[in-house]
Design a protein around this ligand. Structure first.
Ligand SMILES: [Zn+2]
Length: 264
């Protein structure tokens, strides 16, 4: 199999990116970032995401989730109706992003609602045997415990903010970590990749957030910088990081089939 990179998590379906999303995708493809997993979190993004997949059927795949400050069950109800078809057609390859953000959500009642919505998404993922892309802020213990108790096996903790201890617990559960371009400057992310074995690491841009410089826009092409930085930290070649993280992503999202179809 030829060598290429996967952006395991980005928000290319965001409304504000649509006027230049083709240039962003083209830049990624020209730089060997061949697959981008686009997180869709509301109705407008679903519409945009489906259009992007139609235009780039071998490069753009979707995960379905909802904004972490959306306390309605609209998206999850919609997903329950739509997912069977979108999964069987190979358009949606996972659930996400979903999770708990106790940094942004402080009200105990709202936290309770967020938690019940999160659990409902986990049940959807379980039922359809889909991986989950999970956001967690100031809620690591609870998030890891919920993932474990719901029996989720294919879990990607995206842009994980937790400390070494929480990370180790998740590593023991076999969870994956997708690492954003902010690793270039973030000491916390640099520490994180020291405790996560390479066969549990994915690369992500989280585009347009978490760019390589403070406040800078992130784009899928930046996963190359993530691979380079990880290789420096763990002391292996950049090629090894690319090959292993792509292998991991194809495994998590069960994308091997599409890759072989496209190269044959
Ligand atoms: Zn994200």
């Amino acid at each position: 199999m030829e060598k290429f990179l996967v952006d395991a998590h980005c928000h290319l379906a965001r409304k504000e990116l649509q006027c230049r999303v083709d240039a962003i995708i083209r830049e990624a493809l020209e730089n060997n970032v061949k697959i981008m997993i686009v997180s869709v979190q509301n109705e407008v993004e679903l519409h945009n995401g489906l259009r992007l997949h139609e235009k780039y059927p071998l490069s753009i795949f979707l995960t379905l989730g909802q904004d972490l400050t959306d306390f309605t069950t609209d998206m999850v109800s919609r997903a329950e109706k739509l997912l069977c078809r979108l999964v069987s057609e190979g358009i949606v390859v996972g659930i996400g992003e979903i999770g708990l953000d106790y940094g942004r959500v402080r009200d105990p009642i709202l936290r309770g609602i967020a938690k019940s919505i999160f659990e409902r998404w986990l049940e959807v993922a379980k039922k359809l045997d889909l991986p989950v892309i999970v956001h967690s802020r100031r809620a690591h213990r609870e998030v890891i415990e919920l993932l474990r108790s719901h029996g989720l096996k294919r879990v990607v903790l995206h842009a994980f903010y937790g400390g070494t201890e929480a990370a180790k617990r998740a590593v023991d559960e076999g969870f994956f970590f997708s690492i954003p371009p902010s690793i270039v400057h973030s000491k916390q992310k640099q520490k994180l990749v020291k405790v996560v074995p390479l066969d549990q690491v994915l690369l992500e841009s989280d585009s347009p957030e978490l760019g390589p410089e403070y406040g800078a826009e992130s784009r899928p092409v930046h996963v190359k910088l993530v691979a380079k930085k990880i290789s420096e930290i763990v002391g292996t070649s950049e090629d090894d990081v690319i090959i292993q993280t792509t292998e991991n992503a194809l495994k998590v999202f069960k994308l091997r089939h599409y890759v072989y179809t496209s190269s044959s």
